[in-house]
Design a protein around this ligand. Structure first.
Ligand SMILES: Cc1cc2nc3c(=O)[nH]c(=O)nc-3n(C[C@H](O)[C@H](O)[C@H](O)COP(=O)(O)O)c2cc1C
Length: 383
């Protein structure tokens, strides 16, 4: 566990609670997403969040309106981070892709490009799910997808790393007088031929600024655990019980060591939480009640009462989890935008800083540095 917790903010323009968009003053129109993106990034960057997170879902339908309205129509996560690369300077930008329905060469190219455009602030979260609507959209067979999703994900990450390492960091010598732009020996084919993923390479993009874009995974099954332990940097997983989180995190670190990974680069555990924060405990309770009262009839939704309160109360909860060694950090879901992100930034973050569990300003420039990870050497430097 680092000295300071990892703090991410999950971005959902229409809020992360089913009824959030109905709260007074809440953002509620998908066409306003460009403005909401910029506003959220400014709030989160001012507060010093390590990253802004973008999940993804590869289908839509009217049935989502009452349960997950933010999924109906939105800017896709790679476009969102590319857009924010120019209007932000320090905050990490954690995008998501689904390895089942993505092609590795395209993802390697887009992520290497956005890492360069953002000055090394990109992160890549992997979804490994398969579901019928997504399979139908991509012309795939959902049963096959489901059966092979994790095998494909493991191969996907291995191929991605090889593609990212195509060009050595010093490949472009740009010797104008000799007329030599690149050293021919410093570019390498990927030559990756797995059962589910094949790519020849080399990649037509520079090696990422971060060497490898930090990889996170949202999943809790044994295969999800193995994927992060062997190839990931952060597990993002739901736990309401600190003892369970503690065991999961300890298991993750032990498995990473057993797989031969450097203890300094052991994967971290971050859990998503949805606080409802206000200036007073009474006001926070009233907001939580209002939020629940606005949920559509028949839709199941609840606000975990642990995290309804004023800044000191919410900060104390997060501090206790962090200090117990259960988690490395938190991904904050804002029930509605932008007011709840602002409330967390203004009322909780300063409390966390005062308690010594969050830094007062960015120490590094890249997401890798924010997460305390070392710069990886290229696979070819080891040859
Ligand atoms: C906190 C959390 C958030 C997730 N968000 C998404 C999402 O936005 N889109 C998606 O396709 N899958 C999402 N998933 C699913 C996972 O990414 C994962 O690929 C899938 O559930 C398989 O995981 P499993 O190994 O736990 O079964 C999420 C999972 C968790 C734990």
């Amino acid at each position: 566990m680092g000295e300071h917790m990892i703090l991410g903010a999950a971005f959902r323009a229409l809020g992360a609670f089913p009824s959030g968009w109905r709260m007074p003053g809440a953002e509620r129109l998908p066409r306003r997403e460009p403005q909401v993106l910029v506003k959220a990034a400014k709030i989160a960057e001012r507060a010093g969040f390590d990253y802004l997170y973008f999940g993804d879902w590869l289908s839509t339908g009217p049935e989502l309106e009452t349960t997950a309205p933010h999924l109906l129509a939105r800017v896709d996560p790679l476009s969102a981070v590319a857009f924010l690369a120019a209007s932000t300077r320090r905050i990490g930008l954690l995008t998501s892709i689904n390895t089942t329905y993505s092609e590795v060469y395209s993802i390697a190219r887009q992520t290497a490009s956005i890492d360069l455009l953002s000055g090394g602030r990109l992160g890549l979260n992997l979804h490994v799910g398969a579901n019928a609507p997504a399979a139908a959209n991509y012309g795939k067979d959902v049963e096959w997808d489901r059966l092979n999703a994790y095998d494909r994900a493991f191969e996907f990450v291995d191929a991605l790393r090889r593609l990212w390492d195509s060009w050595d960091d010093d490949a472009f010598i740009a010797d104008a007088s000799a007329g030599q732009l690149a050293e021919p020996g410093r570019v390498h084919p990927a030559d990756y031929y797995g059962r589910f993923v094949q790519t020849a390479g080399p990649l037509n993009a520079l090696r990422p600024v971060q060497g490898a874009v930090p990889i996170t995974h949202t999943g809790t099954s044994p295969r999800a655990h193995e994927l992060v332990a062997t190839r990931g940097n952060v597990a993002i997983a739901d736990f309401e019980d600190a003892a369970q989180a503690f065991d999961y995190r300890a298991g993750l670190r032990a498995a990473a060591l057993a797989a031969g990974r450097d203890p300094l680069d052991a994967p971290a555990l971050v859990i998503p939480v949805l606080p409802v924060v206000a200036e007073t405990p009474e006001k926070a309770e009233a907001l939580a009640s209002e939020l629940l009262a606005l949920v559509a009839p028949g839709t199941r939704a609840r606000v975990p009462s642990l995290l309804v309160g004023d800044g000191p109360a919410v900060a104390a909860r997060l501090e206790a989890w962090f200090r117990s060694g259960a988690v490395d950090g938190f991904q904050i879901l804002s029930a509605w935008m932008p007011a709840q992100l602002e409330a967390f930034a203004e009322l909780v973050v300063p409390e966390l800083v005062a308690r010594g569990v969050f830094r007062s300003a960015y120490a590094g420039r890249t997401l890798r540095e924010h997460l305390g990870l070392r710069h990886p050497i290229s696979a070819y430097a080891l040859d």
